[in-house]
Design a protein around this ligand. Structure first.
Ligand code: SF4
Ligand code: SF4
Length: 365
């Protein structure tokens, strides 16, 4: 992206600040402390927008926001759980604090959620239509930024992104992987939705999801099955959320395990934005392949695949200016501006449920 001038960057930064201020002034009902936290959050979003446009370093600032969002989500949830149960990890089922409707659960239990929601539509009021009401956020996000949700809005993804950013260089260099292995999550996702349908239970959530460590582990029964589930999800968490991202500098949970990642690689095609390599400009230096955290670049054909989450790391890294954000094969600076503003509005609105609250918790502490 070409950097914007100081005046233009300031204009967009100010517009984002005003947008969120108006949103919060009309929606905030919890008193002055929350309002102050949300004003600070609006300033933060405005500054973040300004710096992205003024420096042209999209990925650097995006990454910082993304990691802060995931950490804030974890802090808020953990403190709520601790306040209710006196424990940061274990919760008896009835006392679990409210969780935003989890997009990973939606993707992995698609048919079950769908039938549950049909029931709730016929039996309850609209405020109980979780899938449809929160689903609007995901539909808006898919239409406006596609797979970009996984690098801007997901309140879990910042965890493996954070781990993958700790080292300057990877300890083990695995630049690319065979295409068939990269397609593993698609097959895994299909298996999960079918297994959940047959067993009538959320298989991924019960058996595999390491992100429970950011929320709560239900302690319904203390038998052997429960213990096996805990061991499996802790192992997956340690390997795919912490060790592999740290050593490889890749987002291995998001690339290989997350069912939502697989789902959005298909649904995201509805969105017109693509990140593309301009073949005539590319000198095949492989820098983009090395930095892509999602293994989303085909190293034989120098082509960006559907697994691209529009993190823009490759665009920032390519010294030949050979990677562009395109619509219908054309590129234009205004596409970047529009994409980034859409991403900030979507991610900023979603994170407004926890970043300001995390600020208050940290301040009180
Ligand atoms: S970093 Fe740029 S020049 Fe190097 S391989 Fe990637 S697209 Fe080509
Ligand atoms: S191809 Fe580029 S924009 Fe897409 S995920 Fe990889 S580094 Fe990010």
């Amino acid at each position: 992206m070409e950097k914007l001038s100081f005046k233009k960057s300031l204009f967009w930064g100010f517009l984002i600040f005003i947008f969120f201020m108006v949103l919060f002034l009309f929606s905030e009902k919890r008193g002055s402390v929350y309002l102050i936290a949300k004003i600070l959050y609006s300033i933060f979003l405005g500054s973040f927008t300004f710096f992205i446009f003024f420096t042209g370093k999209i990925s650097k600032f995006r990454s910082a926001f993304f990691i802060i969002s995931a950490l804030s989500f974890t802090i808020v949830y953990k403190f709520k759980l601790w306040g209710i149960t006196g424990n940061f990890f274990i919760a008896p089922q009835k006392n679990v604090p409210e969780v935003p409707l989890c997009h990973i659960a939606l993707a992995s239990n698609f048919f079950i959620t769908f039938s549950d929601q049909l029931k709730s539509v016929f039996l309850y009021g609209w405020d109980k239509w979780g899938f449809y009401t929160i689903g609007i956020v995901y539909i808006f996000s898919t239409l406006s930024i596609g797979q970009g949700f996984c690098s801007w809005g997901c309140f879990y993804g910042g965890l493996d992104e954070g781990m993958s950013r700790i080292l300057k260089n990877p300890i083990f260099k695995v630049k690319s992987i065979p295409g068939k292995l990269r397609d593993f999550p698609l097959g895994f996702w299909i298996f999960l939705i079918l297994a959940s349908l047959v067993l009538l239970e959320p298989v991924f959530c019960l058996w595999l999801c390491p992100l429970k460590m950011t929320t709560s582990i239900l302690n319904e029964d203390n038998g052997i099955i429960y213990k096996m589930q805990i061991i499996i999800f802790i192992l997956i968490g340690i390997i795919f959320l912490f060790l592999l991202p740290f050593f490889l500098k890749k987002r291995t949970f998001c690339s290989f395990i997350c069912p939502f990642g697989a789902f959005i690689s298909i649904a995201g095609q509805l969105n017109p934005y693509r990140v593309e390599i301009i073949k005539e400009k590319c000198v095949k230096c492989d820098k983009c392949i090395e930095v892509c955290p999602m293994y989303a670049i085909d190293s034989c054909e120098y082509k960006i695949t559907n697994y691209c989450t529009k993190c823009f790391l490759c665009i920032d890294k390519c010294g030949e200016n050979a990677i562009k954000l395109t619509i219908n094969k054309n590129s234009n600076n205004s596409y970047y501006v529009f994409f980034i503003l859409s991403a900030i509005i979507m991610a900023g609105a979603l994170s407004s449920f926890f970043i300001p609250e995390a600020l208050i918790i940290i301040f009180n502490w």
